[in-house]
Design a binder for this molecule. Structure first.
Ligand code: GUN
Length: 288
């Protein structure tokens, strides 16, 4: 019988819990008379996945002692109303972070709304100024999912400098900011996407492979270099209700390390949101 390989599981759930503990301790030690950090989350309409994400973000805030403000607007909310809400939160000195949950209903101009958020409160890192800073390798608030991925890779001491990293997916939320972060960590980075020719072959050359395509079980063992580190960013709900990633379970036979779904990148994303909110709070209220 062939020997069964067991990759190292990158435990995002466990690491995120450690980060929350550390955050709770920092909140508790913030000093007498200093208010806790505060995150405002704006949700428009009633998208089932967004309901879950927003609930988890607020729950995490509560757990570490952050205040959170939930602003829930009807799906028909106007562009003008959203702009007014954002400007109001920008001016509110009691708010450190502003998060606009995506996707938004189609009648809203998402680019304009994201650009209206004060870059110093842009805890999602989606403002063009923060994206630009990231690409230039300058300090700034960086997108939560890529930040969580880097934190997990560093925790597991995955070498990046000089290594071949392939990202599947070119979204503004994951693929593009992650490419900038991996490049800043001196990896050799390729982004592959739906128009890429020879995607499977490219993927199979990666020492670090990140799947962020939003397609259930897209990555097969043939697309993975033996011993590679595989990061699964997908959260896909199957018809039978099961949640699976973008990576097929049997990739575990070839990978050296792999992040599970659930329990991998999802919790790390929320931990990064807390870190960003803390950093925004600290630069506003505490001496460094
Ligand atoms: N929708 C899916 N992922 C995200 C995220 O990281 N931030 C926001 N605001 N919306 C999302």
């Amino acid at each position: 019988m062939q020997e069964q390989r067991h990759p190292i599981l990158m435990d995002g759930r466990g690491l995120a819990a450690e980060i929350r503990q550390d955050m709770a301790a920092r909140v508790a030690a913030r000093g007498v008379g200093v208010r806790p950090p505060c995150l405002a989350v704006i949700q428009v309409g009633d998208v089932a996945a967004s309901n879950i994400y927003v609930r988890n973000k607020r729950k995490a805030c509560q757990e570490v002692g952050f205040q959170s403000i939930g602003i829930s607007l009807e799906a028909e909310a106007s562009q003008a109303e959203l702009e007014e809400r954002i400007l109001h939160l920008n001016e509110d000195s009691g708010v450190d972070g502003i998060l606009l949950q995506l996707p938004l209903p189609r009648h809203l101009d998402v680019d304009r709304l994201l650009a209206l958020i004060d870059p110093a409160k842009d805890v999602d890192g989606f403002h063009p100024l923060n994206m630009g800073r990231l690409v230039l390798g300058r300090p700034g608030l960086a997108a939560c999912t890529p930040r969580g991925i880097l934190t997990l890779l560093h925790h597991y001491k995955v070498p990046l400098a000089g290594r071949r990293a392939v990202i599947l997916g070119r979204s503004a939320i994951v693929g593009k900011p992650l490419a900038a972060m991996l490049l800043n960590a001196d990896a050799t980075v390729t982004i592959a996407h739906s128009r890429t020719e020879g995607l499977a072959q490219l993927a199979a050359e990666a020492e670090v492979l990140v799947a962020a395509v939003g397609r259930a079980e897209f990555v097969t063992p043939a697309m993975v270099h033996p011993g590679a580190t595989v990061v699964d960013v997908g959260i896909n709900r199957l018809e039978d209700g099961r949640i699976v990633g973008d990576v097929r379970a049997d990739v575990a036979r070839v990978a050296g390390m792999i992040s599970p779904v659930p329990g991998g990148i999802g919790p790390m994303t929320i931990a990064s949101l807390l870190e960003n909110t803390w950093e925004s709070f600290r630069s506003r209220h505490l001496a460094r």
